[in-house]
Design a protein around this ligand. Structure first.
Ligand SMILES: *Cc1c(COP(=O)(O)O)cnc(C)c1O
Length: 410
């Protein structure tokens, strides 16, 4: 008799994006001639850069020719691409070995699978608010208790609030796997090297592992701020880094990311290099690698031209963020983030709840955002504006905001 994995049933039955879509739909049914500005979802809108297109075409060419055709590749990714990443990290002052880099079909997959390397009873710590899948995947692994009042039992939540600049404090109780999302989705906050070094020191001291999700690293503007956790000395002993081309190069639908599992990683009951070897074993068993075509496309991004094009894409979205930020600030709202990340974290006015402000923005300014409470209990009282969108859309959205005189309508 087969039974289901009961842990699935613990997953909080709260479909944030479904609820958002339904509210928008209901509004449109009542007001069919209104155009909504969708600044809710974190998905890219600008087309792939030329370096990627050239690479993708080259990939197709290679597979269409008898002499250059290949079947399965190395499940860790093509060596040329991994070496490309080694040089890329080198430029940021980080030295890695090609064997420490694993090409994936996106950050989410690896963020969900990496925890399978560690013991069932690991205690996980997450920022609150944060990207919800870190906790959800661990719910499925059975590492959490039941969901109650916005939280799962056995999970350590690190509040990120205005008072701490949305940067978490070190956990006060024992934790084993610490997720850090930096620059942060949804708050757009970022840690300084000094703050990150405190987490590294903590992890080393308590023999914990940091899972560093740096999907928005390419948006970091200030050269003094870290883009990789390995810029912090000693981090290779305690951190796995996960990144992706989704947001910096429009790969949300192409699918490719990379994960660094350092050979120096220290885990209580593993010899040096073992975690790296286990991840390699895991990928060989449960993954057959990323399409050659995609990897050729990604190779294009590691060229000078590719890097310039990534820079242009991130600048495009950051300019959108500046437009939204300037308008909201001028209208009297309190706005955070948006400087080193494509997200703006906006405090709701006059004590409105996240959903109340969501409705007000929808009804009066025809703008769809994401209620902050959907990212964790400490997201209550905020909404997230995404700056992904065509410039024309953003310009119209800010005009609509200006016209709406929201603060007078509460
Ligand atoms: C978008 C996003 C990712 C990227 O996921 P992919 O699977 O690479 O598309 C990872 N982490 C965070 C926090 C994100 O917002």
């Amino acid at each position: 008799m087969v039974r289901i994995n009961q842990h699935f049933l613990k997953l909080h039955n709260y479909f944030l994006f479904t609820e958002i879509a339904q509210r928008a739909e209901r509004f449109l049914q009542k007001h069919p001639d209104v155009t909504l500005f969708k600044l809710g979802i974190g998905d890219t809108t600008e087309p792939l850069p030329q370096s990627v297109i050239t690479g993708l075409k080259r990939g197709v060419e290679k597979l269409s020719n008898k002499k250059t055709y290949v079947g399965y590749g190395d499940e860790r990714g093509e060596i040329a691409l991994r070496k490309g990443f080694v040089s890329w990290y080198q430029e940021h002052g980080v030295s890695l070995d090609a064997d420490e880099i694993f090409i994936s079909d996106g950050a989410k997959t690896d963020l969900a699978n990496i925890p399978s390397l560690f013991h069932q009873r690991c205690i996980i710590a997450v920022q609150d608010p944060v990207y919800p899948m870190y906790v959800d995947s661990n719910v499925i692994y059975g590492r959490t208790g039941k969901y109650k009042n916005g939280r799962y039992k056995k999970v350590v939540y690190m509040p990120c609030v205005k008072e701490n600049n949305f940067v978490p404090s070190l956990p006060k109780t024992r934790v084993d796997l610490i997720y850090l999302c930096m620059p942060n989705n949804p708050t757009g906050s970022i840690m300084t090297k000094k703050q990150l070094a405190e987490f590294v020191a903590y992890a080393k001291q308590h023999k914990a592992i940091i899972i560093f999700d740096t999907a928005y690293a390419a948006f970091v503007q200030d050269p003094k701020l870290p883009r990789s956790i390995y810029e912090i000395p000693g981090a290779k002993q305690c951190a796995i880094e996960i990144n992706s081309f989704s947001k910096s190069a429009g790969f949300t639908g192409v699918r490719m990311g990379w994960t660094v599992v350092p050979k120096d990683l220290r885990v209580e009951d593993a010899i040096p290099g073992e975690v790296n070897a286990l991840w390699k074993r895991r990928q060989a068993t449960m993954f057959n690698g990323v399409s050659h075509i995609t990897q050729e496309g990604a190779l294009g991004l590691l060229t000078k031209q590719g890097q310039k094009e990534c820079h242009d894409i991130t600048q495009y979205y950051l300019e959108n963020a500046r437009l939204i930020r300037a308008t909201l600030t001028q209208l009297g709202f309190e706005v955070f983030g948006g400087e080193n990340a494509p997200y703006l974290w906006v405090e709701t006015p006059k004590g409105l709840s996240s959903w109340e402000f969501f409705d007000l923005l929808l009804e009066k300014a025809h703008i769809v955002v994401t209620p902050g409470v959907g990212f964790g209990p400490h997201g209550e009282g905020y909404v997230r504006f995404s700056s992904f969108g065509h410039r024309e859309t953003i310009q119209e959205a800010v005009k609509s905001l200006q016209k709406a005189s929201l603060l007078q309508k509460i």
